[in-house]
Design a protein around this ligand. Structure first.
Ligand code: UD1
Ligand code: UDP
Length: 380
């Protein structure tokens, strides 16, 4: 029996942790899961809504850390998490993704000599101005087991000198949640409530500091939205960071004047899946949404200069447009004029809804010390 602490802290963690905890509960003879919520995200729309929609158990431990500068938040999570590890004495701690909760908890474990598994290891944007890139590189250096979503991630880890026996290609855990919940998402009334026509609206999300924390970059994106919204209505569930910055930068009036741009609070997981799957276009700077649109076959325009998820571009659904106004408008026009032929879009290997079980198998094998031979599927 392996006792495992599963760490979740921010919105994009919940849909990664839910299927892992659910799989552990089904394999109760092998696993004893403990769920720790760091409290990095705390608004009901950023946290509680996901526990409800993903039918997750209440956290066993809530660290209640909240917001702060990178150093303050990371340090607060570390201080609060250390005694929990001391008390629970887990065999493994699982961290997911690339948020501050991920690196903070991995670092605590590395110093205590407790084994850490990193789910979604090996992704690289090669942009170190991105806080998440620092979190990814450092977490992968100190984790004992690196569970990758795609084979390009294995290559990235090898190039950083990480030994093969620490790497295991397991597929994309977010897609486990996506596939399990798509039918339930069809029953959401959000699209009808917002008066959006099937395949005749776009979805927008924005929250990267490089896009929303200063006026010039946010202004460039707004200029593009002013054009695109003339052609197609855009629903924009605005992240709290973005809401705050729109107000602080004095841009609320400009945003309010864009006819066709519908700004709403962040929506829950099932509502968001319903919005995504019926849209004709998605504009985003999110990491996870690039992956979900790839599986749903919905054209995605990524409002960033780079991506740590190049496989989504390779598969055909994602376009990296950057943050230049003209380029965003041109990419949106192309996608609206020539909707992709869904039959030509591809889904990456092992994005099949069965990643959670492969993660559990890898933990068992690694615990038995039998993971020294890389599996054939890891691409040699
Ligand atoms: C964090 C992650 C980012 C991830 C994003 C997903 C880091 C470094 N960043 O960014 O990788 O893509 O979450 O959504 O870990 N706030 C609220 N209510 C909340 C949460 C945040 O109002 O429930 C506001 C606060 O003003 C806070 C700001 O949003 O200061 C930023 O929150 P924070 O967790 O620091 O970073 P995110 O931008 O959410
Ligand atoms: N999401 C959601 N409601 C929203 C916006 C996003 O449920 O209003 C989901 C989305 O489907 C995906 C995840 O949140 O599963 C992505 O999180 P986010 O964009 O905050 O973070 P990132 O992936 O960029 O780290």
């Amino acid at each position: 029996m392996l006792k495992i602490i599963n760490v979740a802290g921010a919105r994009p963690n919940f849909m990664k942790v839910a299927p892992i905890v659910a799989a552990m509960k089904l394999r109760r003879a092998e696993f004893q899961p403990v769920l720790v919520h760091t409290g990095q995200h705390y608004d009901a729309s950023m946290s509680a809504a996901f526990f409800r929609d993903l039918e997750m158990p209440e956290p066993d431990v809530h660290l209640g850390v909240g917001s702060g500068s990178h150093a303050a938040q990371t340090a607060a999570i570390m201080q609060a998490f250390e005694p929990v590890v001391g008390k629970e004495q887990p065999d493994w701690v699982i961290v997911v993704g690339d948020v501050n909760s991920t690196i903070a908890c991995a670092l605590v474990c590395a110093k205590l000599g407790v084994k850490v598994a990193h789910v979604e290891a090996g992704l690289r944007s090669r942009d170190r101005t991105m806080p998440e890139e620092i979190n990814r590189v450092l977490t992968d250096q100190i984790a004992d087991l690196l569970l990758t979503p795609s084979l390009d991630a294995n290559e990235n880890l090898r190039a950083e000198g990480i030994p093969e026996e620490r790497i295991r290609f397991v597929g994309n855990i977010m897609i486990d949640s996506l596939l399990v919940n798509l039918d339930r998402a069809k029953r959401s009334t959000v699209r009808a409530d917002l008066d959006l026509e099937h395949r005749n609206y776009a979805v927008l999300t924005l929250h990267r500091p490089s896009n929303v924390d200063e006026e010039i970059s946010l202004g460039r994106i707004l200029s593009a939205l002013e054009e695109i919204a003339r052609r197609v209505p855009i629903v924009f569930p605005a992240h709290p960071r973005t809401r705050k910055m729109i107000d602080e930068l004095g841009l609320a009036g400009r945003v309010g004047r864009i006819e066709g741009l519908l700004v709403v609070d962040p929506v829950g997981y099932l509502d968001f899946l319903q919005l995504l799957s019926n849209a004709c276009l998605v504009l985003t700077d999110s990491g996870g949404i690039q992956e979900e649109t790839t599986v749903l076959g919905v054209p995605c325009i990524t409002l960033r200069e780079n991506t740590e998820r190049p496989i989504t571009v390779e598969m055909g659904a994602n376009t990296i447009a950057g943050t230049d106004t003209t380029k965003i408008i041109a990419a949106a026009s192309r996608a609206l004029d020539n909707p992709p032929d869904k039959s030509k879009l591809r889904v990456p290997e092992l994005w099949d809804g069965r990643t959670a079980d492969r993660i559990l198998d890898a933990l068992i094998e690694k615990s038995e010390g039998s993971l020294s031979e890389p599996p054939a599927v890891a691409g040699g």
